[in-house]
Design a protein around this ligand. Structure first.
Ligand SMILES: [Zn+2]
Length: 383
């Protein structure tokens, strides 16, 4: 098992990174890994970091030495990962990283800093980072991740070696889920398609029946719309589904973080904390609340993507195109919806969903954006 096994469908990128880790001396000090969400940017970044710390010189990234395993488990003292749940990375966070970057590595070969969402840096923050990247210490490597090179300011981009990940094929994702998570192939493939090739989501859909049910409910809601009243009810239901899904995703982590913090502070859960420590707990709770809000917003956007995939399948069916459906298990619903409207009508539905997505991103009240969308999704030729 090597660290590259989990970098799915990216032979070219893996090879480049592996060669860089092997060459050791002529090192590029700033890398930019780009690719759409779910393509495995942060997985590739961690695999590269592990390979750089690997003890095997001939084939770096063995996956079993302490350099590899500590990096992959997030416990290597010379590897720092900045993954933010906020909309932007703060200037203080970057200053802290720049400070770390100036230090020599302790145990490892390299001091490595991974910034998972480098696209979330405002310009002033980017400038702080730029200075550090312009004059990198000899043993420091920066690995920045972003959806596309254009998402990072040009001054930083031009200092980095950019590698672009491609969207992995559904079959490649399914293979990974079988190999790594012991999931049955058919379920893994179905989930990979339904997730539209998003590795993390595919895993979740394949493993979690409730997540699958929630997705099915979203598609079913669209199929059952008739009157305006249905649309208004459906909008409320979508909001609730998004809230539940977001809660399911954040609750477990929230509880674990709080237990860990209390343990670090030397306090028992349920007992009264001294005032000096309460501020820390409050800070954590605020962070978690912010994360929950973002998770719910992301989930609504995900639902829009799921709905778009449904209407895409409906349109392909109306055209009789011989292309595999994304929603393979919803053939009956797709057939029914294809008969209820014209191809033009289907395209109008897709436009309505895209508009709703833009409105949600632009801070329109989510419920209003959803109601307007669902009203537009009703079939014109409803019986
Ligand atoms: Zn190793």
């Amino acid at each position: 098992m090597s660290v590259w096994d989990e970098v799915v469908g990216q032979q070219r990128v893996s090879q480049t990174l592996q060669e860089a880790a092997q060459s050791r001396e002529a090192m590029t000090h700033a890398w930019l890994l780009t690719g759409p969400p779910g393509s495995g940017r942060s997985i590739a970044a961690r695999a590269f970091a592990a390979a750089l710390q690997c003890e095997r010189v001939d084939e770096p990234g063995c996956g079993v030495c302490s350099g590899c395993t500590m990096t992959l488990h997030g416990s290597h003292p010379d590897v720092t990962v900045l993954a933010t749940d906020r909309v932007t990375i703060t200037i203080d966070e970057v200053r802290h990283l720049v400070g770390l970057a100036s230090r020599s590595p302790g145990e490892g070969r390299w001091r490595i800093i991974i910034v998972e969402d480098a696209d979330r840096m405002p310009e002033r923050t980017s400038n702080v980072l730029l200075k550090a990247i312009e004059e990198p210490p000899a043993r420091t490597v920066w690995i920045l991740c972003a959806p596309s090179p254009q998402d990072v300011v040009v001054t930083i981009r031009s200092r980095c070696r950019t590698l672009t990940l491609k969207i992995p094929a559904a079959e490649e994702i399914a293979d990974l889920l079988v190999r790594r998570d012991n999931l049955p192939y058919a379920a893994a493939l179905e989930a990979a398609r339904a997730s539209q090739h998003h590795i993390g989501l595919a895993r979740r859909l394949a493993r979690d029946a409730e997540a699958r049910d929630r997705r099915t409910n979203v598609l079913r809601l669209a199929g059952e719309l008739r009157g305006v009243g249905d649309a208004v009810l459906a909008a409320a239901e979508l909001m609730e589904l998004a809230a539940n899904e977001a809660a399911a995703m954040t609750e477990e982590r929230d509880a674990k973080e709080k237990t860990e913090l209390l343990r670090t502070l030397g306090a028992e859960e349920g007992t009264r904390l001294p005032p000096a420590l309460r501020a820390q707990v409050r800070q954590l709770e605020e962070d978690q609340k912010r994360r929950a809000t973002r998770a719910q917003r992301d989930m609504l956007d995900r639902m829009m993507t799921d709905l778009l995939s449904l209407y895409r399948d409906v349109l392909l069916t109306q055209f009789g195109a011989q292309v595999p459906l994304i929603n393979t298990t919803h053939g009956e619903l797709i057939e029914k919806m294809a008969q209820e409207r014209s191809a033009d009508g289907t395209i109008q539905c897709m436009d309505a969903i895209s508009t709703a997505r833009e409105r949600l991103a632009g801070n329109v009240t989510p419920l209003l954006a959803l109601e307007a969308m669902l009203i537009a999704l009703r079939p014109q030729r409803a019986a």
